[in-house]
Design a protein around this ligand. Structure first.
Ligand SMILES: [Zn+2]
Length: 396
């Protein structure tokens, strides 16, 4: 064999190795671990605690809001609807509103991404505070369950065809779910006020909250500084909870092509801030309302919307209830003045009251001592005219 052939074989084997490395990397974006995934399914219960029926129930409730319209962007492989919420103040409809798109739960096992999105929906549909402000300034589109088949089949990462939708964007013929979402992106990008922020919501086994930002080698130096601006805007509202912008940098070898963000960069470059957010996919996950609050404030800051409202004015942000799921002690904290009395009630999934109390400041509830069965519970914290409702999973 001559030197040329040898070096060709060497380059070829490097490519194969590199290709495999890329494949592993794409699977590991959120953390791929069948054992851990099975444990988390066990911990959360059927469909990781939130299935397609739960979505249908919530949609029936969301549709009652004057600020939410629900439509389907198409059907999944097995014919389930891919629902999208549009949230804004529809009347008066301003044409210059800024547009934000959020799609959630590509990886079915990453239910925490939905819990954060659920809080985002709560804020955006609340009467007061940042919700009202953002509805006047923006149009939010949220797909809470992008991969309903995977959720129902209890696949941790795939759709009904066994394909990971997250890394399917450059396939010759992408999966129908990818086609539907892409068609919707394309449609909205033709509007006079196209999408400016596109978030792709996941959660990671490494048990940290962070954004995947993209190296200038795969984007541009301008984009990299915009990514820093965006992530640090979000972080500034939850400094202790979200990792610095440069903690997770990918694409140092160029745009990998397969991700939704790859599609965004290829087609719209700096005009759309497209990022994957990772919540915590582990038993100590929680603080979803605080995370949602930071994301909304971060978007507001990034788009220079000028919202300066203080936290006390926000009807739904005052309570941090954690951890979720809870095994024994549930903590409830708020930044309400300590003179404010809070009325706390807990209901089981059938709506039966199982606990009630009043307190001021903060409180702790010992679930273990209450002899309740494992499952979903609804916690309501009420003060004055405000009520914060949270779904908590108790696992003894
Ligand atoms: Zn994921």
């Amino acid at each position: 064999m001559n030197k040329l052939v040898l070096s060709l074989i060497f380059i070829l084997s490097l490519n194969i190795a590199f290709g495999q490395f890329n494949q592993i990397q794409s699977e590991d974006k959120c953390g791929y671990d069948p054992v851990k995934d099975a444990q988390l399914l066990e911990l959360y219960g059927d469909n990781w605690g939130y299935g397609y029926d739960d979505l249908l129930n919530d949609i029936a409730e969301w549709e009652l809001s004057d600020y939410i319209q629900v439509q389907s962007i198409g059907q999944s492989t097995q014919g389930r609807e891919m629902y999208e919420l549009t949230i804004t103040n529809f009347n008066p409809a301003k044409t210059s509103k800024r547009r934000i798109y959020i799609h959630v739960r590509t990886h079915p096992g990453e239910v925490q991404s939905f819990r954060v999105a659920d809080e985002i929906i709560n804020y955006l549909s609340a009467e007061n505070g940042i919700g009202n402000y953002l509805r006047d300034q923006c149009i939010f589109h949220i797909v809470p369950m992008y991969n309903p088949d995977g959720v129902e089949l209890e696949y941790p990462r795939e759709n009904a065809n066994g394909v990971d939708l997250e890394s399917n964007w450059n396939a010759g013929t992408p999966e129908i779910e990818v086609q539907n979402l892409r068609a919707r992106f394309e449609e909205l990008m033709l509007e006079d006020n196209p999408i400016e922020v596109a978030l792709n919501m996941h959660s990671a086994h490494e048990c940290n909250r962070f954004f995947w930002v993209h190296h200038p080698n795969g984007t541009s130096t301008q984009y990299f500084s915009l990514e820093e601006e965006f992530v640090e805007s979000v972080r500034s509202h939850f400094l202790e909870g979200i990792m610095p912008f440069d903690s997770h940098i990918s694409w140092s070898g160029g745009n990998p092509g397969q991700y939704p963000e790859s599609w965004w960069w290829t087609n719209h470059q700096e005009t759309v801030m497209a990022l994957t957010y990772e919540d915590m996919n582990c038993s100590s996950a929680g603080l979803y309302d605080q995370t949602a609050y930071a994301i909304l404030f971060g978007i507001s800051d990034y788009l220079d919307l000028g919202y300066t409202g203080i936290k006390e004015n926000l009807s739904d942000v005052s309570f941090n209830i954690y951890p979720n799921p809870v095994k024994d002690i549930l903590s409830i904290e708020s930044d309400l003045p300590s003179s404010k009395e809070v009325s706390l009630t807990i209901y089981n999934s059938f709506g039966t009251l199982v606990y009630e109390t009043t307190y001021t400041g903060s409180t702790k509830i010992d679930f273990k001592s209450m002899n309740l069965s494992s499952g979903l519970y609804i916690i309501k914290c009420k003060y004055d005219e405000y009520t914060d409702t949270e779904k908590i999973i108790y696992s003894d």
